[in-house]
Design a protein. Structure first.
Length: 232
């Protein structure tokens, strides 16, 4: 069951509106365009998992897309959160093209494309932080201990994923079509621990209720004056 659908983020809507209004000759025009392209690509990559998730039974899973809430110290955002009676699952979606290699020793993701090599922060580091913050939030709201898993989903199906055998990434990084099968394995792993559907529904509704969408002032972000762009 989808409790919070995936919708176009407010910040993306603001960027689109700003890009329509800003003159091509404005010094920040290219910067705004680059930011818009990145955010549009990110939103499209998140949408790519909607189809594989549609194969999950709505009776057994509560799905919450694009959630952002406060853990008592910091805000944190999760692309997709799946709640089951046995465990909670965080999905971090990445849209990276080329050939990507995960390295357990350096905790880096390295991309090779067009003869160039580029390093990115290990997405499992972000998932680890999200797991900590989500657990902190759950404890604050009186939810007893539960297993929290995290998976990295590579949205671009043409991306070559290079993961050494038996590495710390082998069961946690995958292309989006593999996702339903991986969730099935998690169901089998945690099949002995269960919560009631009523309790699960209450937790899910609380998360949705306390969601706070990012509402950053777009002009301040790019240091643009209202007089700098066209009025619609």
């Amino acid at each position: 069951m989808i409790l919070k659908k995936r919708t176009k983020p407010l910040q993306l809507q603001k960027l689109e509106a700003l890009y329509r209004r800003i003159p091509p000759e404005h010094p920040k025009h290219s910067t705004v365009k680059e930011s818009l392209n990145r955010m549009q690509a990110g939103f499209k990559s998140e949408q790519s998992i909607d189809y594989p998730l549609s194969f999950l039974s709505p009776k057994n899973y509560f799905i919450i897309h694009d959630i952002r809430f406060f853990d008592g110290s910091h805000f944190f955002q999760i692309d997709t959160l799946i709640l089951t009676k046995q465990y909670f699952l965080i999905l971090e979606v990445r849209n990276i093209s080329g050939t990507i290699t995960f390295n357990c020793a350096s905790r880096q993701l390295v991309r090779q494309i067009d003869g160039k090599e580029e390093a990115f922060t290990d997405p499992l580091i972000q998932i680890g932080r999200q797991q900590y913050q989500l657990n902190k939030w759950l404890q604050h709201h009186g939810v007893s201990s539960i297993y929290i898993e995290g998976l990295v989903i590579v949205a671009n199906e043409r991306t070559v994923i290079n993961i050494p055998d038996q590495s710390c990434y082998s069961e946690r990084v995958m292309p989006s079509p593999v996702l339903p099968n991986r969730i099935q394995k998690l169901d089998e792993k945690y099949k002995t621990r269960r919560r009631s559907m009523k309790e699960l529904k209450n937790i899910s509704e609380k998360i949705v209720e306390l969601h706070t969408e990012l509402d950053q002032e777009i002009l301040d972000r790019f240091n643009i004056l209202k007089s700098d762009y066209y009025q619609e």
